[in-house]
Design a protein around this ligand. Sequence first.
Ligand code: 4AD
Ligand code: MG
Length: 461
Amino acid sequence: SIELRSLHKDPAACEGQTVSVNGWVRTVRDSKVFAFIELADGTAFRPVQLVLDKNETEDFDRWVKLKLGSAITATGRVVLTPEAKQPYEIKVERIELVGDCDAAYPLQKKRHTPEYLRTIAHLRPRTNLFQAVFRIRSLAAYALHRFFQERGFIYVQTPLITASDCEGAGEMFQVTTLDLKNVPMDKGEVDFGKDFFGKPANLTVSGQLNAESFCLAFKNVYTFGPTFRAENSNTPRHAAEFWMLEPEIAFADLSDNMDLAEDMTKYVLTYLLEHARDDLTFLNQFVDKGLIQRVEALAGSEFVRITYTEAIERLQKSGASFQFPTAWGEELQTEHERYLTEKIFHGPVFVTDYPKDVKAFYMRVNDDGKTVAAMDMLVPGVGELIGGSQREERLDVLLARMKEMGLEEAPYWWYLDLRKYGGTPHAGFGIGFDRLVMYVTGVTNIRDVLPFPRTAKSAEF
Ligand code: 4AD
Ligand code: MG
């Protein structure tokens, strides 16, 4: 059998040949002598049109009654159709039913809301929308790896089970041991209280601290994997399990860090414009009319860089009324972030040098003693896409700051070692991968870019 992605690429190469294609039936239309089946195989955005002819197709009467969603193998001749919407079709000689589909199949031919499709997360990958989104998601991950690998970064797989709280926000899921062998489930006495072999452990909120250790050995590294946050925020931008890519670079400062973030973002967007054109065109048509134009403009623009203090001034001068008032010292809320990118700068913005009180302990304290060398990259529609900083490499300053924030030193002993043994200025950031996918697909809810979203209210599937 042949995959549609190869057939679509060069149908002329197969003209007149007999081919077999495997796939799932999307639609069936029939008239007295002809029937048309749209068959999707998931390897390309467009389905293929199968033409059944009462005089040429075996068991014609049986196949015109094929149920939507059935899995079939169709064998027939490739015919070019330069005048039609689709450049070629397959004149079917015979069909084999591989997997019949129950009539209760929920994906009948009509539009479904994203909310409904979330309740059938196991089937929604078969829809055009999710085919486009998840193909782009896959390609975006590949493009990110390519970007870093081409630049000689080492990919380090940091642990998911850890004892440290990187962000110091206390929003962690605890790891416990279920001792089912000693206390069988049916006795109803399962001990849910055990921890990780006698020690406390949680699911990681970020791989950064471990990445720093590798960075101070390999110079340029990145980690990419799932991260977990127990913040109970039910927003379209937060998930309890999300994917984050975190590069870490040694002998580098905040401005090197922003250069890297900007280059990386443009690289991924350019890569997708080149390699996911069909999917982007579909999303541009059905999800977000300005998508392609926006992504193209961004790939070629220079990102604005302003300090937090300037951002607060700009927001206050704008005269806009916000739900959360702006005041120096307060965290920027999503509404502020979106206002900056959507109403003031009309594009991505790096905001730097936040007040130290709203940022994590590891960020390098600036000379003013009040702010830290942090940077957030904000983008229209999404708000914060990237968060990063230059790291505090001065042991005494780091210790003072941890004390100030009430952090215990003991669990961070190894992290502090890195400041004693050849510590250098270094910096890094984390890009919320799911938010990147939202940004490049125009999809406005994180639940619709995660294959099986885990959010405050849902861990089904
Ligand atoms: O800004 P954050 O919390 O930064 C860190 O975790 C640093 N340790 C990164 C680093 O410097 N290596 O998270 C980074 C990004 C955010 O900008 C956001 O895009 C995403 O991760 N993010 C989330 N995405 C989905 N759901 C959540 N609950 C998220 N929390 C953060
Ligand atoms: Mg952040």
